[in-house]
Write a protein that binds this ligand. Sequence first.
Ligand SMILES: Cc1cc2nc3c(=O)[nH]c(=O)nc-3n(C[C@H](O)[C@H](O)[C@H](O)COP(=O)(O)O)c2cc1C
Length: 174
Amino acid sequence: MENAVIKSLKERRSVRSFSSKQVEAEVLDLILETATYTPTARNMQSPIIVAVQDKDEIETLRKMNASIMGTPDSDPFYGAPTVVIVLYDKNFPNGIYDGSLVMGTLMNAAFALGVDSCWIHRAREEFESEEGKALLKKWGIEGEYVGVGHCILGYRDGELPAPRARKENYIYKV
Ligand SMILES: Cc1cc2nc3c(=O)[nH]c(=O)nc-3n(C[C@H](O)[C@H](O)[C@H](O)COP(=O)(O)O)c2cc1C
């Protein structure tokens, strides 16, 4: 059965090598807006989405993320020119589910518009730290938030990776 949405969902892959071309404002805005339509528990819209394109701010995040990984000189963001962070309000017990689903929408909306992405982890540790909390404050974000993930965005430098074969017994039909 041919269907453009299904095709896009199946063809999206995590990309780990990016050109320096920035994601255009209009395209980024559409990706972000689409993500706000993600379902959330009790429709509470517990996540927030922070899009970062400022090079110095991305460098600050890179250092924090790489230090958490234990390799402070590495680039966990693979040179992507845009880093979108998803966090959730800590007062919402289902925030981790809501935020993960928002991450999925970001990646799939991006791919549908020709933009590549990858989920980069360690946002929880990043925004648990005093440095992370200070960053949120500096960005004008009040309240207590838990980091879910970073969705890096940009245009791939090279081929789209091939998907790994799907495991057996992924699906059970009863
Ligand atoms: C919760 C989660 C955390 C991830 N963290 C990272 C990460 O820190 N760095 C990275 O390169 N990829 C990360 N990924 C991407 C996965 O490695 C990738 O989705 C997986 O290998 C499947 O590849 P595909 O997305 O191309 O299908 C993460 C994915 C998820 C869902």
